[in-house]
Structure formats: C-alpha cells, structure tokens
Design a protein around this ligand. Structure first.
Ligand SMILES: N[C@@H](CCC(=O)N[C@@H](CS)C(=O)NCC(=O)O)C(=O)O
Length: 203
C-alpha cells in the first residue's frame, strides 16, 4: 500500500486529495509545526526535510508535482490529459504553482530560508499579500471553469485547491477573483476534498 508523509495545511495536502480520488493509501503524519521534519530519523526518509514524501513499494518519492504525475500514470489516468499539448499545459500550471505561488506564500513564515535580518524578514512578509494577489489574478485568467481546463479536473486542480486555502492567511480575499472562488467551491464538492477536510488536513 502507498504511504504518504504529510501534514495539515502544507503542500502535502495536494497529494492527500489526489490519493483520496481513488488510491488505497495510508497517512504517516509528520509534526511539521514541531520540527519533526528536521530530525535525523526524518532526514533519512527525505534529506530535504520537507513534506510530502510518497512511499511506494520500491522507493521514497518527493516533490509534489513528480508525485502527482506518478499517481496519474499509475493509478489516476483520468486526471492526466492524454493529449501532449494539454498535458504540457497542465504541467505549465503546476510548475507555476510550485515555483512561484508556493514560494510567494513561503515568504510569510519561512523567510529565514532567504534572509537573517529582522528588517529583511518583515519586508518579505509585507509583500506576501501583494504577490499572492498577483498570483491569484494570474490564476483567475487561467480558469476556464469550473476547473482549470473546463469541466474535467486534472492533477493541477488539486495543486491549485491547496494554494487557494492559504489565501486568507496571506491577506487575500478570494471573492475578488470570481472564477477562482467558484473553482474553490467546485473542488469542495468533490468527495476527495470533503474527506481531506474531515480528516483535519485543512484549517
Ligand atoms: N518543492 C517541494 C516543497 C515542499 C515544501 O516546501 N514543503 C513544506 C510544507 S508546505 C515543508 O515541508 N516545510 C518544512 C520546513 O520548511 O521545515 C514540493 O513541492 O513538494
């Protein structure tokens, strides 16, 4: 059975929802707030000290986008577009979310990765609502509705859902972005998301 090292309100919840779409799996909860991911036992699992990590029978796989694509190819083919250009468009969105929007968010609580001085850290925090609003505006223009690419979700929708749940804490009101807000509501109708919420992965 697949196992996932995961924690509430982190990017690992993307994989939680994807797995809930139809894979037999088990969570291994990591106390990220308590720093468990920095301890030697965890670093043996993931030397990067981050969640998520997917344990397959063969190996430990990291990086949210890579895990999603592995699940798409092995267990969730309906969430992986068959057409190469559509598949590349899906990746285009996932790379943006992983390398830009997630990083914007990380400047709120994880600024110490990039700077030491208090003034630098508070500068970074002050920019988060601006950069997350800019990302939301970009995403608003992408969403065909109700999902990113129209009526059927792809792996990228799970990624975007998790980021949508971070906006309030980052000082961005999703209601300013009607398509993005409707997307979030549509995702919350899916049993996979309902189960993740009930299991305490959000909020
Ligand atoms: N590039 C990685 C980033 C993973 C990541 O940054 N995870 C965060 C949670 S959102 C984490 O584990 N943080 C723990 C820490 O910074 O100590 C991915 O997309 O999977």
């Amino acid at each position: 059975m697949l196992k996932l090292y995961c924690a509430p309100n982190t990017i690992s919840t993307v994989v939680v929802i994807a797995l809930n779409e139809g894979v037999h799996w088990e969570p291994i909860r990591v106390d990220v707030a308590g720093g468990e991911q920095t301890r030697p036992e965890y670093l043996k699992v993931n030397p990067k000290g981050r969640v998520p990590v997917l344990l397959t029978p063969e190996s430990a796989l990291t990086e949210t986008g890579a895990i999603l694509e592995y699940l798409g190819e092995t267990a969730l083919p309906d969430l992986l577009p068959a057409d190469p250009l559509h598949r590349a468009r899906m990746r285009e969105v996932m790379y943006y979310l992983g390398t830009t929007m997630h990083v914007n968010h990380a400047h709120m609580r994880r600024g110490y990765r990039w700077a030491d001085q208090d003034s630098s850290l508070s500068d970074m925090q002050a920019k988060v609502s601006e950069t997350m609003a800019a990302s939301s505006a970009y995403v608003e223009g992408l969403i065909e509705g109700p999902f990113i690419f129209g009526s059927s979700p792809t792996l990228a929708d799970f990624y975007l859902y998790t980021l949508s749940t971070w906006l309030e804490r980052d000082g961005v009101g999703i209601e300013a972005y009607p398509r993005f807000a409707a997307f979030k509501a549509a995702m919350e109708e899916r049993p996979s998301v309902k189960r993740a919420i009930a299991d305490g992965f959000f909020g």
